[in-house]
Design a protein around this ligand. Structure first.
Ligand code: AQP
Length: 344
């Protein structure tokens, strides 16, 4: 029995996760999150996936760009293999219960907890006074996204682990304060060789949609030439690849490229090292570029095809939202009753 099921015997197993339409989809989002989402789609557990547009506006988004990015991310989910008849796929703002539950959780979460969130510190940087209140409250909205569906498992990349832990803290405090067992203790699912894909320009920084340097990331819409060029120019060191994974410990850029190779080829890092150990980067980088193009080109072609029919994308999102609301509305109603809201 999975940890999630053991910890939540009273809850039907359910998977929820989301991605922000805050820019184009990156290889990091794909390997760290989306590919994992798709693996869970066929697992027999209900899967709910979201385009979290309300999270995206915690930093400035041009309205026209936000609309495009929302549709493009939806196209990315579909092109990568999400089947909207098997999973629920929708954008967050079409289900207002997310914002409603987030307010309740704003009143449960403690300032001390929020102050420990490293993503806020990273994103607000030195100018925290000018960051939006929404960016600070982001993890409480994320807890609402998850708990609104009583999700027991959340597939995420390594960077979101702290937020899923905060979700558990919020659920536990709510349950304790109101003397109930209403919310589950959600488990993060962080698996695979690429739980933290790093920037191609700096092995100490996460690959990110919003990095000002386009060369730092592979976008899912990049063509074969762009992918090959970015991999060729990726920062590395002058040594050949070691033959044991331990030899990558102090070589973050080399480790990153090997992890990407392992995730794309669905092999363990050990198996990849056995194959490529001893090779120079001048030999390994073209192998990686060929593999990346072979895996990503069909997805980007499909994405472009979906983008030719935005009305169909909007229809899929609206249908997903109405199915999501059928689950969310009764859970919010019960939450209001527990809290003491009259008329709930
Ligand atoms: N580099 C990464 N490696 C592995 N997983 C990653 N994820 C993001 N970057 C990497 C995972 O993708 C999911 C969606 O992330 P998000 O869009 O909600 O926000 P994020 O984590 O802040 O991603 P970005 O790309 O860095 O967006 P911006 O630049 O807008 O902040 C999550 O599961 C995340 O772990």
């Amino acid at each position: 029995m999975s940890e999630a099921a053991q910890n939540n015997p009273a809850f039907t197993p359910r998977v929820f996760s989301g991605i922000q339409p805050s820019g184009g989809l990156t290889l990091g989002n794909y390997l760290g999150a989306m590919k994992r989402f798709l693996d869970m789609q066929g697992s027999g557990i209900e899967t709910i996936y979201c385009v979290v547009d309300m999270h995206a506006i915690t930093v400035w988004q041009d309205p026209e760009a936000l609309r495009k990015q929302t549709r493009e991310l939806t196209a990315g989910y579909l092109a990568a293999g999400l089947d909207p008849t098997k999973s629920i796929l929708f954008n967050q703002s079409q289900v207002p219960e997310h914002a409603q539950l987030a307010w309740i959780f704003n009143c449960v979460a403690r300032l001390g907890w929020m102050n420990r969130m490293t993503q806020f510190k990273d994103k607000a940087g030195k100018n925290a006074e000018k960051a939006s209140l929404g960016l600070y409250a982001y993890p409480a909205l994320m807890a609402a996204d998850i708990l609104l569906y009583h999700a027991t498992q959340v597939p995420v990349g390594e960077d979101q682990k702290q937020h899923v832990e905060l979700t558990r803290d919020i659920a536990a405090k709510f349950n304790h304060d109101y003397g109930t067992e209403f919310f589950p203790m959600t488990e993060p699912v962080i698996e695979g060789a690429a739980t933290r894909v790093m920037s191609l320009r700096d092995g100490s920084k996460k690959m990110s949609k919003s990095d000002p340097s386009d060369a730092s990331r592979i976008n899912m819409t990049d063509d074969a030439d762009a992918i090959a060029k970015k991999i060729r120019k990726a920062k590395t060191d002058p040594e050949p690849l070691p033959s044991e994974p331990a030899g990558l410990a102090e070589r973050p850029e080399a480790r990153n490229l090997v992890n990407i190779y392992a995730a794309l080829s669905e092999q363990s890092v050990d198996a990849v090292m056995a194959d490529v150990g001893g090779k120079a980067f001048s030999e390994f980088k073209p192998m990686l570029a060929d593999l990346a193009v072979a895996k990503l080109a069909p997805i980007s072609t499909e994405m472009a095809r979906y983008m030719e029919d935005p009305a169909e994308i909007d229809r899929i999102l609206a249908d997903g939202a109405s199915r999501a609301r059928k689950i969310a509305a009764p859970i919010l109603k019960k939450t209001y009753e527990i809290v003491g809201m009259v008329g709930a």
